[in-house]
Design a binder for this molecule. Structure first.
Ligand SMILES: *[C@@H]1O[C@H](CO)[C@@H](O)[C@H](O)[C@H]1NC(C)=O
Ligand SMILES: *[C@@H]1O[C@H](CO)[C@@H](O)[C@H](O)[C@H]1NC(C)=O
Ligand SMILES: *[C@@H]1O[C@H](CO)[C@@H](O)[C@H](O)[C@H]1NC(C)=O
Ligand SMILES: *[C@@H]1O[C@H](CO)[C@@H](O)[C@H](O)[C@H]1NC(C)=O
Ligand SMILES: *[C@@H]1O[C@H](CO)[C@@H](O)[C@H](O)[C@H]1NC(C)=O
Length: 477
């Protein structure tokens, strides 16, 4: 092919030169007789032949420079249509070439891309015709004369196409794990280049356009993508991609489901037990996609084979039974739930110190529960005014009689000479092993009470222990 093209170019060059040369009449005739030069499409016109026979006319031919009458233009045609790119040249016998983006397409009527059957030269003209236009045909088309000093014009062609979304895809078919990345892509064909916008209809929220705040947008060729990093369950919904250009628009949609990580709930994080006291830890994981539950002791996985522990799991509920036989058997126990989309864990401290729970205020009375298998030795309420930076004030609470493992305490704040105001209160308890206590202070309001002249508290903004979904049961053996 290359060789052929080269040969043709050489031939054209020789021919063009010959046309302008003194001795052109001889060459012309030879050329005209030679089938190889048929592509020039200008063989032996009557005028030529006549003038050729008349040697005196020759200088006139040489003097006449070719001129392109057509002015450069911008053509637009829709995909599948036909377009005729004009190139009117005088004198008519002038040979021209057509280039598309500097790639030769025609020399005279010779096709340089024979495989491109949609391109042709219109009869009795030098105009180039493109049938069944494709978007890829768009470009700069140059019509140029073959002469010592060539002249040329450039036309631009834009083949237009209404946007069409060929396909729309979503990460894993639109079923993604919470915290992962979601990528949606639309493969769009359109000309001119379309504007692509994205929107989403989320649960109980109408169609909202996605902006740079919500997602990352990208284009590679015809592939338009939108990426949301670290998806949340609220990102689930119906996603739309719209492609718009001056010819029209197209849209496509994909639904996205966000699968949650499992959640382990441990509202009570500290549990009291004692040597030879069996403790049953109960763990509850909430998730439709049933998680697999594992237990750890101080970060080390508890194997099913370990005789020290008994693990009983039913669905998303799991109990771990621990019987401490040494101080080292106390520590941090972690319940971990895992599904295809992630893991979540919560820990419980198994301790020998007292554990204080359910601290509450009712009128002037404070109530709480103490868990301790070890005998209690001391108990106190510590108060600190929230207004000033004053130090903690300690009120000693009598230790209840008898030995149990659970104590419900009720303590009145009346007649404790507390100035009116708001206080933070914590409960501290010491057993034979060590001190323990409530881990979050509660807020207590001390008000002046007219009928007794004393003070009392109102129900506090109680923020300590929340919903109890996981708890530890301590039983006597
Ligand atoms: C041939 O010669 C005549 C005059 O002799 C001239 O008018 C005509 O344009 C010439 N034709 C060509 C093709 O050069
Ligand atoms: C036509 O366009 C080509 C690039 O495609 C450029 O090189 C050339 O100079 C242009 N010619 C004219 C006459 O505008
Ligand atoms: C979407 O269509 C384009 C063009 O036909 C194709 O190249 C691409 O592979 C398609 N993508 C998918 C995911 O089917
Ligand atoms: C519990 O989860 C945290 C991350 O939230 C992780 O660093 C830790 O290793 C996990 N603990 C266990 C015992 O799996
Ligand atoms: C865990 O222990 C509690 C209380 O003993 C019991 O009601 C529950 O059925 C147990 N759950 C499992 C999964 O063993």
């Amino acid at each position: 092919m290359e060789l052929r093209r080269f040969t043709l170019c050489m031939a054209l060059f020789v021919l063009a030169f010959a046309q302008c040369s003194e001795s052109h009449s001889m060459h012309r005739r030879q050329a005209a007789d030679d089938e190889n030069y048929d592509f020039l499409g200008d063989e032996g016109t009557d005028d030529d032949t006549m003038n050729d026979t008349d040697g005196n006319a020759e200088p006139q031919v040489q003097m006449e420079p070719a001129k392109i009458e057509t002015t450069p233009a911008s053509y637009e045609v829709e995909v599948g249509g036909e377009v005729r790119l004009e190139c009117k040249v005088t004198p008519e016998r002038t040979v021209i070439t057509w280039h598309r983006n500097n790639d030769p397409y025609f020399m005279g009527t010779l096709k340089m891309h024979p495989e491109e059957v949609r391109y042709s030269i219109a009869d009795n003209s030098k105009d180039m015709v493109i049938r069944n236009a494709k978007v890829e045909d768009s470009g700069v088309f140059k019509c140029e004369t073959i002469e010592k000093v060539p002249v040329a014009i450039n036309h631009t062609l834009l083949v237009t196409q209404k946007p069409s979304i060929v396909n729309m895809t979503a990460t894993n078919g639109g079923s993604v794990g919470e915290g992962t990345d979601l990528t949606l892509s639309c493969f769009v064909t359109a000309s001119p280049v379309p504007t692509v916008i994205w929107s989403v209809t989320r649960k109980e929220r109408p169609n909202e356009r996605l902006t740079e705040k919500d997602a990352e947008f990208n284009v590679v060729g015809n592939q338009y993508t939108m990426r949301i990093k670290n998806v949340k369950s609220k990102d689930a919904g119906q996603y739309y991609c719209y492609a718009i250009n001056k010819l029209g628009s197209d849209q496509s949609e994909a639904s996205v489901v966000v699968n949650g990580k499992p959640q382990v709930h441990v509202p009570r994080t500290v549990v009291n037990s004692d040597l030879k006291i069996e403790a049953v830890l109960q763990c509850v994981a909430h998730e439709e996609a049933r998680p697999h539950i594992r237990w750890y002791k101080d970060g080390v996985l508890i194997e099913d084979s370990e005789t020290k522990y008994v693990i009983s799991t039913e669905g998303s509920h799991s109990n771990l039974t621990v019987s401490p036989s040494a101080d080292g058997d106390f520590g941090t126990f972690t319940c971990e739930a895992e599904n295809d989309y992630g893991t979540h864990n919560r820990s419980i401290e198994l301790v020998q110190s007292p554990v204080v729970e359910d601290v509450d205020i009712d009128g002037p009375r404070m109530t709480w529960t103490v868990h301790s298998h070890q005998p209690l030795e001391e108990m106190e309420v510590q108060l600190k005014a929230t207004t000033d930076e004053g130090e903690w004030r300690t009120l000693s609470v009598p230790v209840p009689e008898g030995r149990h493992h659970k104590y419900d305490i009720s303590y009145s704040l009346e007649d404790k000479q507390l100035p009116i105001g708001e206080y933070l209160a914590v409960v501290k308890v010491k057993n034979s092993k060590s001190w323990g206590g409530s881990n979050e202070p509660v807020t207590v309001n001390i008000l002046f009470r007219e009928n007794t002249g004393g003070a009392h508290s109102i129900r506090p903004v109680y923020s300590a222990l929340t919903t109890i979904l996981m708890y530890l049961l301590v039983r006597m053996l």
